[in-house]
Ligand binder design. Structure first.
Ligand SMILES: *Cc1c(COP(=O)(O)O)cnc(C)c1O
Length: 436
């Protein structure tokens, strides 16, 4: 069994029970109830250290790692990021406020988002974010105007679209020419906005950003985007005499949701990107910019596990078997949203044969409320059994909703044999908190 586990923080106990971060999932479910998000704190820290160390080695101190907070934004998480020396990519006043209340040093945060209102921009400036990543012309002028009113010069990066298809599925591909994000390099918009940015008095252009997409497994995606971005930087230097100080390559490294997916060696990959950038900068005659990465998923995904209790098993002979759980699209919308794959384990029955093909569904009033179709579970699975869905640390809690007025599960952190609540379970009264 062990070699089939997706991540080293999963193991099987003698009792056939699933252990996560060394702790018995059955015990955790009893103690905290289900549905339950578990997060392995040591795994999160280990991933941060892998990135920070790799970037340090590859770019000799001229690099930074920003945690894309949208993957998992809550106070404790931002506090861990601060402790690990990470920077942060924040996309809304809500995330900025969460980081501020976590004691995260906001000068180490950049403010992204594909559509920032004047209020958002003012809020970010007020809280002293290190830089704003500009996504549109309207936004650039708004930042310049608001900075003028505040009598400051706001550091900015421009989000460019390098025109790369990262061979990933459509809904998470963001760097192609027809993308809603950023300024296209091929279309000439990137050059035009650079010229405009350089002409404005209250913004200071510190570099360029791109993010080609999520769940990238091809090691050459970052090389291809770096190549296009470096050529753009060289062109801008030649035509306008401006040399970008920062190149942000975005996030997107994939993680294993299924055991047949590859396990990317992120450190090796970053070293390869580093060597490539050094060589190409020399060839292009530009100074090597500081290089930034913005991982979200690959920092937190496999540090997460969701536990559910089975409610019913419905067998429709020769058609399908349904196993329904006490959560669903409210705590994990990713299958419903883009058919995301997940590994489902019968957490109390690891030693039984898994001979029932079934579709694991949630409790909501939607046929599309599916956690995962066509998984194998033991034929003995029944009401009261525990199910674990692996690799739920990224984009599960942060996309959670109260559809059907289902309270959101708590996040319990596991650390060196101990557990503690980082986000408490929503109560029925919490659901009414905003009703006048
Ligand atoms: C979503 C996003 C990220 C993080 O992507 P992951 O796939 O979670 O690593 C980084 N940067 C930007 C701009 C994003 O939109």
């Amino acid at each position: 069994m062990a070699e089939q586990f997706l991540c080293s923080n999963l193991s099987a106990g003698e009792n056939g029970r699933l252990y996560f971060a060394g702790q018995d999932t059955q015990e955790l479910a009893r103690r905290y109830g289900t549905p339950l998000y578990l997060m392995d704190e040591q795994r999160i820290r280990e991933r941060c250290r892998t990135y920070v160390q790799a970037v340090k080695t590859a770019f000799g101190g001229r690099g930074r790692v920003l945690f894309a907070a949208k993957a998992a934004a809550f106070r404790r998480m931002l506090a861990i990021m601060a402790e690990e020396g990470m920077c942060a990519d924040l996309v809304s006043p809500g995330e900025i406020w969460t980081a501020a209340r976590a004691g995260f040093p906001l000068e180490r945060a950049w403010f992204h988002s594909s559509n920032k209102s004047d209020e958002d921009i003012a809020f970010a400036m007020e809280h002293g974010v290190g830089a704003i990543v500009v996504d549109s012309t309207e936004e650039l002028f708004a930042i310049d105007r608001i900075a003028a009113e505040r009598r400051v010069q706001q550091p900015i990066l421009l989000r460019l679209t390098p025109g790369i298809d990262p061979h990933t599925f459509e809904a998470v591909a963001t760097g192609k020419v027809d993308s809603k994000f950023g300024f296209g390099i091929e279309t000439g918009l990137a050059e035009e906005i650079t010229r405009t940015a350089l002409s404005l008095c209250h913004v200071s252009l510190i570099g360029f950003h791109c993010h080609v997409g999520s769940e990238v497994f091809d090691s050459d995606v970052f090389l291809r985007s770096a190549e296009i971005m470096l050529r753009f930087i060289a062109m801008v230097k030649e035509r306008y005499g401006y040399e970008a100080g920062i190149l942000d390559l975005g996030g997107g490294y994939g993680v294993r949701y299924l055991s047949d997916q590859p396990d990317i060696d992120i450190a090796a990959n970053i070293m390869e990107v580093g060597a490539y950038i050094t060589r190409r900068c020399a060839e292009l005659g530009i100074a090597q910019p500081e290089v930034a990465f913005e991982p979200g998923r690959s920092i937190v995904a496999d540090a997460g596990l969701t536990l559910y209790t089975v409610g019913m098993v419905k067998r429709i002979p020769d058609i399908v078997n349904y196993v329904s759980v006490d959560g669903g699209m409210t705590d994990n919308i990713r299958y419903a949203l883009y058919q995301a794959p997940y590994t489902v384990l019968a957490a109390g029955k690891l030693s039984e044969p898994w001979d029932l093909r079934c579709t694991v569904v949630g409790r909501c009033c939607e046929s599309g409320d599916i956690i995962q179709p066509d998984v194998a579970l033991p034929a003995s699975i029944r009401r009261g059994d525990l199910l674990a869905v692996c690799t739920t640390g990224a984009y599960n809690y942060s996309m959670a909703s109260n559809y059907n007025r289902v309270p959101r599960p708590p996040i319990v952190m596991l650390n060196e044999g101990e557990s503690y609540v980082a986000v408490r379970r929503e109560s029925l009264d919490d659901l009414l908190a905003l009703d006048e």
